[in-house]
Design a protein around this ligand. Structure first.
Ligand SMILES: NC(=O)c1ccc[n+]([C@@H]2O[C@H](COP(=O)([O-])OP(=O)(O)OC[C@H]3O[C@@H](n4cnc5c(N)ncnc54)[C@H](OP(=O)(O)O)[C@@H]3O)[C@@H](O)[C@H]2O)c1
Length: 130
């Protein structure tokens, strides 16, 4: 499979990504948005107590990082609206049943998603608690 066909696979697809605040997950989110801006939606499952906190974590720990500078300069004034159109934070936790997502959210995203990429992992002895 060549790079062009891999990139093509993400066109108009909705993807759930776990671990996006981490090292590899962040790289994955940036790369998908850079090489395939026609991806439909990226649902980012983030450990957070509520939707506002998940949104804040994504804005500060993912999209707001230096890693996104290439995208920021490429899209200029449209950067924020592109991120808003493509990125949908989900407050949850991988270790909980149904990732601690409400059943209405599970029902909604299960109709939409094409791919799940799980990069979440515990890489620290000092675990974050909700
Ligand atoms: N880094 C590398 O060079 C490398 C190379 C090969 C393989 N890997 C593997 O790739 C995986 C990720 O590595 P990484 O370096 O990206 O790790 P990392 O920087 O420590 O990121 C881990 C991510 O997983 C999330 N996470 C942990 N527990 C979670 C839970 N219960 N629910 C939801 N999210 C959770 C963390 O969220 P919080 O921000 O909330 O903590 C963070 O976003 C690991 O399995 C690692 O062994 C890494």
């Amino acid at each position: 499979m060549d790079a062009a066909s891999v990139i093509g696979c993400f066109r108009d697809r909705s993807i759930v990504i776990t671990g996006s605040t981490g090292f590899l997950g962040k790289l994955l989110v940036e790369k998908i948005l850079r090489v395939q801006p026609d991806v439909r939606k990226l649902y980012l499952l983030v450990r957070a107590p509520d939707a506002a906190s998940a949104q804040h974590r994504v804005l500060t720990e993912v999209v707001g990082t230096e890693l996104f500078d290439v995208l920021r300069s490429k899209h200029g004034a449209d950067f924020n609206s592109l991120m808003k159109d493509k990125i949908f934070p989900l407050a949850g936790d991988m270790v909980c049943e149904n990732c601690a997502l409400p059943s209405s959210t599970i029902e909604q995203i299960s109709k939409e998603i094409d791919v799940i990429v799980s990069v979440a992992a515990t890489t620290s002895f000092y675990e974050r608690c909700l």
